[in-house]
Design a protein around this ligand. Structure first.
Ligand code: AGP
Length: 604
């Protein structure tokens, strides 16, 4: 989730671009840069790390009169966070910034290199500016070259491009990644990937639609739709509250992050599902050579996604898999063997206990992999290999989209490993890949479902506790649902394997004990149902989450009929996330910053 800004006009362009990037800081970044064209000359500045480093580099930079410029904060997906990989990217006489993933960048890059183009960065973005300048050689004008370039790109993008060939024009294109354009009372033009950088500058903005492209000059805004037909900007009033703008109108960051799971999972999948198999460009397949065991290690929600992974790795890749709580693993003098691949999972990449176990594994000579959401974090810098989840910044302390993208990565990785180990056929892998493509749709929040959960939550504000129960990989989901509820409602909740109820916990059953039962149709439904009937027979209050009606439930949240239990998993994940959110709201708690908790536990 990178951040993009652009400006065209006579005001202080450096200040406008840098302030705009600062407003995008909440989206997270590991490097940033600007490029300004003033009086026919380009000035370009880039810096890794905090935005203050970029401000330092530009402190003596000034412009005189009319200028155009673009800026970018990078959240690395392709290529490490370095100055070379920071945007804007330069061709010969043009700069580009981009948010999203160009899926066919490798083919385009190969052709360009064969034609003698030199690439400075490892990014997919740099392909755009070189392809544009290649097209410029044969085009009538810069716009024709830009239009041709856009039509050659596949994937998700929000692009701003400036060129010496037309120093009064900013070219734009939007497909899958957000971008809007604003205009101020002087007719100056402003671009951004979300509205906060425009607040205070523009009163009217127009949000681009997928497939829109075009250009702005001092005089005009020219937009073409995906079919090449001109269209008018649809201006609307811009909100004036920056914090609510960062929340995109949601009540809490956690709510926003639940709703954006569909989009971020699309990012997680981008470039990794090639035809009917899984590809991880960031991995050497040799990472799995001579590996007979996988050991996961994590904390909290990341531990839960590791538990989900263990079911998939053993089921699909037929490899012995174990999962450790990092704070326990650190001190129990574990036996580690070099045929074990040690995988740590962390949204932040900074959790102290998990980081220490990574160091232990490296010291013991094991190969290590980190699944993480923050590039350039401590764990990413330490591990032998990294898979980024691409969830974008997760502001809510209670993790949601990070968990969802971790599970998606593990599903893909289990299939990647099943191919490496030849444990699934090409057809079986293709079937799973097709299901993976349907995950974004399965996590889309529907108003009717959210309203149902909002109404239902009023019944679960007291009682002497909750059981979240599930079988197989719905057991880790039960753990995760219980953790979400504990974290933000402060009510006691336990996740439990459904089959364990009769081994003690059922003694707690009474009308004040609330059981949230995960009952997927396609995985051990009858067994799970009979476990829930044991509780219902002892008068526990049951809330069944299932595509199938369950007559013994006191409450029932009906989920969709899905093709696979994995799609049921993701839909039920959203239900338990929303349930904890709405209970917390009714209790008047601080959903985004619950008491006693921190987003990243960097101490023991
Ligand atoms: C999850 O909602 C919590 N915020 C917490 O359990 C978190 O998952 C845990 O602290 C691990 O954090 P990490 O993923 O950044 O390592």
């Amino acid at each position: 989730m990178c951040g993009i800004v652009g400006y065209l006009g006579e005001k202080n362009i450096k200040e406008i671009l840098l302030e705009g990037l600062k407003e995008l800081e909440y989206r997270g970044y590991d490097s940033a840069g600007i490029a300004v064209l003033n009086n026919g000359e380009f000035s370009n500045f880039k810096a890794v790390g905090k935005l203050i480093n970029l401000e330092e580099k530009t402190k003596n930079f000034t412009t005189d009169g009319f200028a155009i410029g673009i800026g970018h904060t990078r959240w690395a997906t392709h290529g490490k966070p370095t100055e070379l990989n920071a945007h804007p990217h330069l061709g010969e006489s043009s700069y580009v910034v981009h948010n999203g993933i160009i899926e066919n960048y490798a083919e385009l890059k190969k052709e360009l290199i064969a034609e003698g183009v030199t690439f400075l960065s490892q990014t997919d973005t740099e392909v755009i500016v070189h392809q544009f300048e290649k097209n410029l050689k044969s085009a009538k004008n810069a716009f024709e070259a830009f239009e041709k370039t856009i039509k050659e790109l596949e994937g998700a993008y929000a692009i701003l491009l400036v060129t010496k060939e037309e120093d009064g024009t900013i070219f734009f294109a939007k497909n899958g990644s957000p971008m809007l354009v604003g205009i101020d009372s002087d007719g100056d033009k402003y671009f951004a990937s979300s509205d906060t950088p425009l607040i205070g500058h523009c009163s009217d903005v127009s949000y681009f639609d997928d497939g829109d492209y075009g250009y702005v000059t001092k005089e005009s805004i020219t937009i073409f739709d995906k079919d090449g037909h001109t269209k008018q900007p649809r201006f609307q009033k811009l909100s004036t509250n920056k914090l609510s703008a960062q929340k995109d109108g949601y009540r809490f960051f956690m709510e926003k992050e639940i709703y954006e799971q569909s989009d971020v999972i699309t990012d997680t999948l981008l470039g990794r599902l090639s035809h009917d198999e899984v590809v991880f460009e960031e991995l050497e397949s040799s990472l799995f050579d001579n590996i007979n065991e996988i050991k996961f290690c994590a904390c909290g929600t990341s531990y839960h996604s590791a538990l989900v992974a263990s079911y998939m790795f053993e089921r699909y890749a037929k490899i012995k898999t174990s999962v450790e709580v990092a704070s326990e693993f650190r001190y129990r003098e574990p036996i580690m063997t070099k045929d074990t691949l040690f995988i740590v999972i962390s949204q932040s990449g900074e959790t102290a206990d998990t980081l220490e176990t990574l160091k232990m594994a490296k010291a013991a000579g094991l190969k290590t992999l980190v699944v993480c959401n923050v590039d350039n974090s401590s764990m990413v810098r330490l591990a032998d290999a990294t898979i980024l989840t691409r969830a974008g910044v997760e502001k809510g302390v209670a993790s949601t989209k990070a968990f969802a993208t971790q599970v998606v990565v593990f599903w893909m990785l289990s299939l990647y490993l099943s191919k490496h180990n030849s444990t699934l056929s090409t057809e079986e892998i293709a079937q799973q890949v097709q299901l993976l493509r349907e995950v974004p749709a399965s996590v889309k929040v529907e108003d009717a479902m959210h309203e149902r959960i909002k109404r239902l939550s009023k019944r679960y504000l007291h009682g002497h506790g909750f059981f979240f129960i599930g079988r197989d990989l719905f057991y880790p989901l039960a753990l995760e649902g219980a953790l979400k509820l504990k974290e933000i409602s402060y009510l006691h909740a336990e996740g439990y394997p459904s089959g364990e109820m009769k081994h003690g916990p059922i003694a707690l059953a009474d009308p004040e004990l609330f059981t949230i039962a995960l009952l997927p149709e396609h995985l051990l439904y009858e067994k799970s149902k009979s476990n829930v009937e044991e509780l219902s027979a002892r008068d526990s209050t049951i809330c069944a989450i299932s595509p199938l009606e369950f007559d013994k439930a006191d409450d029932y949240i009906q989920t969709k009929k899905q093709k696979s239990y994995m799609l049921e998993f993701f839909e039920m994940m959203v239900v338990v996330q929303l349930l904890s959110l709405e209970i917390s709201v009714r209790l008047g708690n601080d959903v985004d910053m619950p008491r006693n908790l921190a987003k990243s536990v960097t101490v023991e």
